[in-house]
Write a protein that binds this ligand. Structure first.
Ligand code: BES
Ligand code: MN
Ligand code: ZN
Length: 493
């Protein structure tokens, strides 16, 4: 498990600055005007700050960028990180500034001289999110993680304001750890065990095993895992922070490894399919965040955990299975397995919980990467109000999300000669026909969004708020959606 860096808040002690070790970060306004802390560092370093601000590089730095001054004279620290930031930064600038400091924090302590700047809570969240390093499978002693201290004007108020954002960051770390984990470690059963452990935070967690899934008639989900030595599971997580109103539902695709099954994927890059449980990982991260910040809402999170393997018992192309809903599905391509898993979990969620709305997340199609690259998740919905609310939440959190079309002409591609539908609709518009397949398992009046996170759950290069690998995309947006749409009422906002 990757722990959040320890972040504490303290009053500014100008006299202490020269004795700090590790690294120190100072915030300087865009016009180069320095607050007392920056002036102190400037005088200790015999005007190194002034030289930076007066030099040609300063104008080229954007708000939130960091310049590193290594081994400054007159101080103990190994580096001063100079952060360019307006006096009143936006949420985005503050978060990016925190992240930029974290990316350059080194392995020792980090002291941030935030002075009286605004948005210290967002700065702290940015710091926490970017200070992530997945070392579970590196041998040898890990670098001791340094302590992070943010010196600011009102440390008690800052700590209180930062707490919810840091709870959400913990949820993001949980998602990243799950998504980064290899498939021999994160099996269906060990994944379920990790979710059961969330009961310690006050969540109610149930694990449905194969006999129960058979009893429920989940022939669609079960066919995906039938070639694997790991048993299939559905895990139900409930957070009841909101009285007795019906819950909002989150549903995740949890394919712990996707070989493609009998429709085997090519070898090149197949190792990336350890992230094919990203939807389930995100649902888990959101549930953890809600519990940690004691959200005043009722939310259920359901995940379908399976492994898609080829074997003598695996489902074959041409097989027909029966879903819990009762519709029959001709499995044309065993690599289009995520929709088979979600079909049954979506149906079960509606039958059991009658939620006020439902959002599912899945690393569902390569086609969404062709359409949107790695910048935006594809958003498919039957309900403009829910889709808009989600897009607004994602926008506020700067998590890329883009609405995609749906319609009867796409749905027609799923017609099967021998069953009620087939599981693929051809190459063209592949992410949309996948969404149409899911829509067949959503009841008419149920507000629903499908988020195809195949391009955003894990990246090959560093991003603003995460190192390369799992991003935790969507945890912040969904947490905000729940906060704004379901908690706002009783907070009088
Ligand atoms: N898990 C994959 C989708 C995926 C691709 C996720 C790349 C992340 C990165 C999914 O199960 C899949 O294999 N989809 C097929 C569907 C096709 C057979 C209709 C695809 O996208 O090729
Ligand atoms: Mn697949
Ligand atoms: Zn898959």
């Amino acid at each position: 498990m990757t722990d959040l860096a320890k972040i504490s808040f303290a009053a500014t002690e100008l006299a202490d600055i020269s004795n700090k070790t590790g690294r120190i970060a100072v915030v300087i306004a865009e016009d180069g005007r320095m607050a007392p802390e920056a002036r102190k560092v400037n005088s200790l370093t015999r005007r190194a700050m002034s030289r930076l601000v007066e030099g040609p590089g300063w104008a080229k730095m954007k708000a939130g960028d960091v310049a590193v001054i290594s081994y400054p004279g007159g101080m103990q620290v190994e580096a001063v990180l100079v952060v360019k930031l307006p006096r009143r930064p936006t949420v985005s600038e503050a978060r990016k500034a925190g992240a930029a400091m974290a990316a350059k924090r080194g392995s020792g302590d980090l002291t941030v001289l935030a002075g009286n700047m605004g948005r210290v809570a967002e700065l702290a969240q940015g710091l926490a999110l970017r200070a992530y390093d997945f070392t579970d499978h590196k041998s040898g002693a890990p670098d001791p993680a340094g302590a992070i201290t943010i010196m600011c004007e009102d440390p008690e108020a800052a700590a209180e304001a930062a707490a919810p954002g840091l709870a959400v960051a913990e949820g993001v770390f949980f998602t990243r750890d799950l998504v980064n984990a290899p498939a021999n470690i994160l099996t269906t059963t060990s994944f379920a065990d990790q979710l059961v452990a969330l009961t310690a935070l006050g969540l109610t967690v149930e694990v449905l095993e194969e006999p129960a899934l058979e009893e429920l008639g989940m022939g669609s989900l079960l066919c995906v895992g039938q070639g694997s030595a790991s048993p299939s599971r559905v895990v139900v997580m409930q957070w009841n922070g909101g009285g007795d109103e019906p819950p909002f539902a989150l549903v995740g695709k949890g394919v712990v490894f996707d070989t493609g099954g009998i429709s085997l994927k090519p070898a090149g890059g197949m190792e990336d399919m350890t992230m094919d449980m990203g939807g389930a990982g995100t649902v888990a991260g959101v549930m953890k965040a809600l519990a940690l910040r004691k959200a005043r809402a009722n939310v259920v999170g359901l995940v379908g955990l399976v492994e898609n393997m080829p074997s003598g018992t695996a489902v074959r192309p041409g097989d027909v299975v029966t879903s819990m809903k009762g519709d029959t599905i001709e499995v044309i391509n065993t690599d289009a397995e995520g929709r088979l898993v979600l079909a049954d979990v979506l149906w079960y969620t509606q039958e059991r919980f009658k939620p006020t709305g439902m959002i599912n997340l899945a690393t569902l199609t390569g086609a969404i990467i062709v359409a949107l690259g790695h910048e935006h998740t594809g958003v498919f919905s039957n309900n403009d109000a829910l889709a808009t609310a989600f897009l607004n939440a994602a926008g506020a959190e700067e998590e890329g999300a883009w609405r995609m079309p749906m319609g009867a002409a796409y749905d027609a591609k799923l017609k099967s000669r021998i069953a009620d539908m087939k599981n693929v609709g051809g190459r063209d518009g592949g992410s949309i026909t996948a969404a149409q397949f899911l829509a067949r398992f959503v009841k008419d009046d149920m507000p629903w969004c499908h988020l195809d996170i195949a391009g955003t759950a894990s990246l090959k290069s560093d991003s603003d708020l995460a190192p390369k690998g799992a991003t935790g995309w969507g945890v912040r947006a969904l947490d905000r959606l729940i906060r704004d749409r379901y908690e706002a009422r009783d907070q009088g906002q």
